[in-house]
Design a protein. Structure first.
Lengths: 401, 302, 281
């Protein structure tokens, strides 16, 4: 009896203690918490710069795995949510509709965005409102291993690529590999044929014939690639010299350099049938402001955003980890101008399509991946698989509301 | 003695609840409350578009959810039942045989073997699954295909067809779950009074007879709770199937679905919490209906 | 006699061989990870994989211990696992004992429904748990995780120990009561020693659950310094750009070793007090 009482008492005390202890609200107006899930090099460059530029504001970077899921959970509850977060632009629609994001136009001085690449600003806007200050962007690029593919062999068109693959695939080696059955990678092909996964109004696969054409054409390539579509496979094949070329993002570059690969970067091949280049998605990484912070810590947030528009930020991030800055002024820096990787990404930015940032895109990743695996890996008929995917997409989008 | 117990009964039950209160309170908070909360959300229109300003809209989420229960769902339901049955049978048989062998008196290295067999359990699940997926099943550099090649066979795409994905997932699931079952069985077998066996052996009972008339009846009540809980865990297994065959960006092309992975792809990804909650509640009710059949045997022992 | 011994010896050898084989087959994925983590050449595609690395290195383990906050994570994991095991046993033993020994209204109903409720797919529980812990200020607080973990394992703990208590003959307790022992003494002096295997199994189960849980840990805790081992490892592999297979394999092995040691040490206590005490039912 006594023991029971003791236990119950102890538990109640623990709970109430915790309630008091954790209940403090972070209202220090000069302390800003930023969530991110980026590599350490990027964040180190950022925080080193901010420490110097903003002595009056305490900026705390907190690394958060599964950042978007956590944000959905905590919303803009000032007790648990950060003040700002750094993430790709493709979740802007979700968070804006949830009502936890603050528009940032009012927090910026006029004219500071003039030098930003159009593509990045387009990506950062949802329904005509700017919700993100772009920092840098990533796109897929055509990469090759000079040991196996000579510069003059680099295919300018997709037919040339196919011919190269046919000549160089076999005996455990591949002419070209990519994550062929994932939406992110195949978007480049769909765009190259003039199709799209979803348009800005939330209508899926607006050009059905273009998508089907892309799927059929791409299937010839898939047959010459491994029957696996995941990152680890593609990455390992390229890094261990078993594949001559690949389409990959900038994140592959450090490991390729570490593996002592003589890495070449080339423009995306052009689709012979349409004359358009494979146009990959671009992801614009930038900083978002939560409503609570915009309302209660406006001064500190303004100072921070202002500091982040300085081209010096982009330059130091580009040099630290090969990001392509969103501010075009950064490319005037001689060290950045010399960086082939960063320059190549800037070139790709001309054709790259920002990932759709509308909430409906969330379900399209799955629908498109299913369509691709159905066609590429399970050998289903393109037409019927497409019709099924379209129906599925409409159904899921309807169920979002 | 029994009368004594009866007299105390009236006063006792309050004490019983007091003693159990901390445990029941925690269960109430972490297990029961989320179910009630999910049931509540299932009656609202909470979604990305109504995140804070959601309101009760009645049963319309359920009406909509019924459309998910199409042929695809039915297939997934059958697959789930088959999955649960196959996994449980293999697990129980393997664990029983291994535990019996481990309990042979003269086996000196028993402790070492047991510890080694526990290894799969000591790793976080997703780590093991990743290890299997990339280390074993990968078509390019997985160990299985390296061996296939050495034996002069073609490389196999282990996870891309329904049947072979089912088998692979089962292997991984059993690998993950066996240590627990083995430990429970082993613990139960050790609690059997050895003198039963001695007298049975003297009476000339064979190993099979001893197993049937002593081991099985003795361990049944002890392992029953663990087995029942494992049945449910297997039924709602998500990680193994999802991570091996359906993870975003790493789909393998198999169409294998259990009801949970099916619900995930057809509802949870919509971010419509009201709708997803309705589906969760329906699946939960289905689970309860199924489990009513499992109830009777342990009820007898309780 | 000697022939019998010979036969016995042969049988034992066969049994040992069988177990060596079984252990080997079970451990293939782990041996693979071990080999990858110890191999200096860092290649997965080399077609001549062998379980014994050709060029041996400890660099990957060094990278695990120096590159990441693994010691902090280890500390967090040990603290959380220890606290959860203690709290779980503290609340579950009295409850399990009552549900096993006493008869009271609602007992059957609760037992039956607990296991059903426990089967609720936890994918959506996260949100409700968040709603529950937020007003208490337990988000990003270890105490929050402690409550979640104890609550999650409470049904199992209660059921598992109750099942074992049921098999302990009541006569022993009644005999002790006649000798003048109070209810608390009966439980601590007689029932607990007899139920040791079940208590250890329950404790191990809770321990392993906490050790391996990462979803709540990554969602409710912010900042790498607050992660547990499983959460930290999850974060490591989630950022696939920096993820290196050999380091990951080394980390996986490192995480498992403490659990294995604990398991090995616990085995000695897992034999039931029933046989040791020589009391018959």
């Amino acid at each position: 009896m006594k023991r029971t009482l003791a236990i119950v008492l102890a538990l109640t005390m623990l709970l109430s203690l915790a309630a008091c202890g954790g209940g403090k609200i972070q209202t220090d107006p000069n302390r800003l918490v930023i969530w991110h899930d980026k590599e350490d090099a990027v964040i180190e460059a950022l925080s080193a710069y901010l420490e110097e530029a903003l002595p009056g504001v305490e900026v705390v970077f907190e690394k958060k795995t599964s950042l978007t899921d956590s944000l959905k959970l905590v919303g803009n509850d000032p007790n648990s949510a950060p003040d700002l977060f750094i993430f790709a632009h493709d979740k802007i629609g979700v968070f804006a509709e949830m009502g936890i994001l603050s528009p940032i136009t009012g927090l910026l001085d006029e004219g500071v965005l003039e030098d930003y690449l159009d593509m990045t600003l387009e990506a950062a806007s949802y329904k005509g409102t700017l919700y993100q200050l772009p920092l840098y962007f990533e796109t897929l690029m055509f990469m090759y291993n000079r040991r196996y593919m000579q510069d003059e062999e680099v295919p300018a068109t997709t037919d040339e690529l196919l011919a190269y693959m046919q000549a160089n695939t076999g005996r455990g080696r591949y002419g070209f590999v990519e994550q062929h059955s994932t939406a992110y990678y195949s978007a480049a092909w769909i765009h190259g044929f003039g199709g799209s996964i979803i348009d800005s109004a939330g209508e899926p696969f607006t050009e059905p014939e273009a998508v089907k054409e892309a799927l059929r054409y791409h299937l010839q390539f898939v047959e010459l690639m491994p029957g696996e579509t995941e990152y680890a496979t593609v990455n390992t094949l390229f890094l261990e010299g078993k594949a001559d070329a690949t389409i990959g993002g900038p994140w592959m570059v450090p490991s390729a350099r570490a593996a002592e690969i003589d890495l070449g970067i080339a423009p995306m091949p052009v689709v012979d049938a349409t004359g358009m280049a494979l146009a990959p998605y671009s992801g614009v990484q930038g900083i978002h402001v939560l409503k609570f912070a915009a309302e209660n810590k406006a001064e500190a947030v303004k100072v921070l955003l202002d500091a982040l528009t300085d081209p010096q930020v982009g330059v130091s991030m580009a040099l630290a980890s090969g990001c392509a800055p969103a501010n075009s002024k950064c490319y005037e820096d001689p060290a950045v101008a010399d960086d082939a990787l960063v320059q190549a990404m800037r070139e790709t930015a001309q054709i790259a399509v920002p990932m759709p940032n509308i909430p409906e895109m969330d379900v399209m990743w799955t629908v498109t991946s299913n369509l691709l695996t159905d066609v590429n890996l399970s050998g289903k008929d393109v037409d019927s698989a497409f019709d099924e995917a379209l129906k599925e997409a409409r159904n899921l989008i309807a169920n979002m509301k | 003695m029994k009368e004594n117990v009866k007299k105390k009964k009236g006063r006792d039950w309050l004490f019983s609840y007091l003693w159990s209160a901390p445990s029941l309170l925690l269960i109430g908070l972490i297990v029961v409350f989320p179910i009630l909360y999910t049931a509540y959300i299932s009656l609202t229109n909470m979604s990305v578009y109504h995140w804070f300003d959601y309101s009760i809209i009645g049963l319309s989420n359920y009406a909509r959810a019924l459309f998910v229960f199409d042929s695809g769902f039915l297939g997934a339901l059958l697959a789930t039942i088959l999955w649960t049955a196959v996994n449980m049978v293999i697990q129980l048989v393997l664990a029983f045989v291994l535990a019996s062998l481990l309990n042979i008196q003269k086996l000196r290295l028993r402790k070492l073997y047991k510890t080694l067999l526990m290894f799969p359990w000591a790793m976080p699940g997703y780590v093991s699954i990743l290890l299997w997926k990339t280390g074993m099943f990968n078509t390019q550099f997985g160990l299985l295909n390296q061996w296939m090649e050495k034996l002069g066979h073609q490389a196999v795409r282990w996870l891309s067809s329904d049947v072979s994905a089912f088998i692979c997932c089962t292997v991984v699931n059993i690998w993950l779950a066996l240590p627990f079952m083995l430990m429970i069985m082993d613990g139960a077998m050790q609690s059997i009074d050895k003198s039963y066996y001695e007298s049975a052996t003297l009476d000339g009972a064979t190993w099979l007879e001893r197993t049937r008339y002593i081991t099985v009846p003795s361990i049944r009540p002890i392992i029953a709770p663990a087995v029942i809980i494992t049945v449910f865990t297997t039924f709602k297994q998500f990680d193994v199937i999802y991570l091996l065959t359906q993870q975003m960006g790493a789909k393998t092309g198999s169409g294998l679905h259990t009801i949970l992975t099916y619900a995930y792809e057809n509802a949870f990804i919509t971010n419509n919490y009201g709708y997803s909650s309705a589906i969760s509640i329906i699946i939960f009710v289905l689970l309860i209906l199924f489990s009513i059949r499992y109830q009777s045997p342990e009820e007898g022992s309780a | 006699m000697s022939r019998k011994k010979l036969r016995e010896g042969l049988g034992l050898t066969a049994l040992n061989l069988l177990f060596i084989l079984i252990c080997f087959v079970t451990l293939i994925p782990i041996l693979y990870a071990l080999s990858v983590s110890l191999n200096a050449s860092n290649r997965l595609l080399s077609s001549d994989f062998s379980f014994i690395p050709k060029s041996f290195t400890l660099d990957n383990y060094l990278a695990v211990f120096t590159g990441e906050d693994i010691l902090t994570w280890l500390k967090n994991s040990i603290f959380l696992a220890g606290a959860t095991v203690a709290l779980s046993l503290l609340v579950a033993i009295p409850a399990a004992y009552c549900f096993s020994r006493r008869r009271f209204p609602g007992r059957r109903l609760i037992l039956r429904w607990l296991v059903l409720l426990n089967s609720f797919p936890a994918i959506l529980s996260m949100f409700a748990v968040y709603r529950l812990l937020r007003p208490l200020g337990l988000i990003n607080h270890r105490l929050g995780l402690l409550i979640i973990y104890t609550g999650t394992m409470a049904v199992f703990s209660l059921w598992n120990m109750k099942g074992y208590f049921d098999t302990i003959p009541v006569d022993i307790e009644e005999a002790a009561q006649i000798d003048g022992a109070g209810p608390v003494q009966v439980v601590t002096k007689i029932v607990l020693p007899l139920a040791r295997p079940s208590i250890i199994v329950t404790a191990l189960m809770v321990l392993i659950y906490v050790w391996n849980e990462y979803i709540y840990a990554t969602t409710f805790m912010t900042g790498e310094e607050n992660y547990t081992l499983a959460a930290g490892l999850y974060a490591l592999q989630a950022t696939e750009m920096s993820g290196s297979w050999p380091v990951f394999a080394a980390a996986a092995i490192t995480v498992s070793v403490p659990v294995l040691i604990i398991f090995f040490l616990c085995q000695k206590y897992m034999t039931s007090g029933l046989t040791a005490g020589g009391v018959k039912g």
